[in-house]
Write a protein that binds this ligand. Sequence first.
Ligand SMILES: NC(=O)c1ccc[n+]([C@@H]2O[C@H](COP(=O)([O-])OP(=O)(O)OC[C@H]3O[C@@H](n4cnc5c(N)ncnc54)[C@H](OP(=O)(O)O)[C@@H]3O)[C@@H](O)[C@H]2O)c1
Length: 296
Amino acid sequence: MNEKKISEIKHAFAKRVVTLPDGTSLPSLGQGTWYMGENPQVRDKEIKALQLGLELGMTLIDTAEMYGNGDSERLVGEAIKGRRDEVFLVSKVYPHHAGLDMISKACENSLKRLGTDHLDLYLLHWRGRVPLAETIEGMEKLREEGKILRWGVSNFDTDDMEELWNTVNGKNSVTNQVLYHLGSRGIDYNLLPWQRKHNMPIMAYSPLAQGGSLRRQLLSDPTILDIADKYNAQPLQIALAWTIRSNNVIAIPKAVQEEHVLANAEAATIELTEEDLNRLDQVFPKPTRKMPLDII
Ligand SMILES: NC(=O)c1ccc[n+]([C@@H]2O[C@H](COP(=O)([O-])OP(=O)(O)OC[C@H]3O[C@@H](n4cnc5c(N)ncnc54)[C@H](OP(=O)(O)O)[C@@H]3O)[C@@H](O)[C@H]2O)c1
């Protein structure tokens, strides 16, 4: 990729921002890290991939204590060493660590593995048995202590969000991280509108449909291929550009191959037109009824 393209990408990121309820601006594309840090043979490559992503403007990095039993956080810690200030760092707590007895220790452990003294965002990975009110209390305590700057949730459907909203301090949540891509748009029915109404962006995980039949569909659908041709782009870049088409979704693709990191960052330069979006709606229609929340 030449200097001109890189500067075009950086320029695009300056415009493609998503604003959190507290006014913090984030790039609409970040980087996922699931499965990173698990294979020592590709460790250097994974670190370089995250660093390249940072240089291109994908400055949000998403990890979790669950990923590789902490190995993903260790790898991220190594990748951001000496440049912590450039990064918006997100990690997630296991539901069974999200009670008042465990959350502080779980967070401490994540901070240690990441080599930092604070997280920019801490998410409840999914709902478990711990009452929401207790998790919120734990999150608020961590915030007061400065160990996390903000908190949010993940894999919450609309009814969970309503419950969160009606729990003391629940409105302090800044995002909900859920599965969302062109082949899985159940949240377009009422969760995304709910989030928009409450001024809380979505963080879209598995925006490239990770693998399986939906990925194959995104790669081979004639309409996507035709639109990709128009932008001289790859089909998955069109899928990614679709995910970040509005200003209230941050997508967090995971990529280790250098060409994937470059392609994902470049997707920020693609602004789909109304006509493109209408054509995509024909093939991948918006749901007309409530669908169960997709989860992996
Ligand atoms: N909150 C949750 O419950 C939850 C659940 C799942 C995921 N997540 C987060 O979301 C992140 C992203 O989701 P994901 O990892 O499930 O899947 P994804 O980002 O949809 O897909 C990742 C896969 O796509 C490949 N890839 C990346 N860019 C590509 C490109 N431009 N062209 C072709 N292939 C490409 C990657 O290959 P290479 O790596 O070989 O480049 C990898 O195999 C995770 O890493 C994690 O941080 C959160």
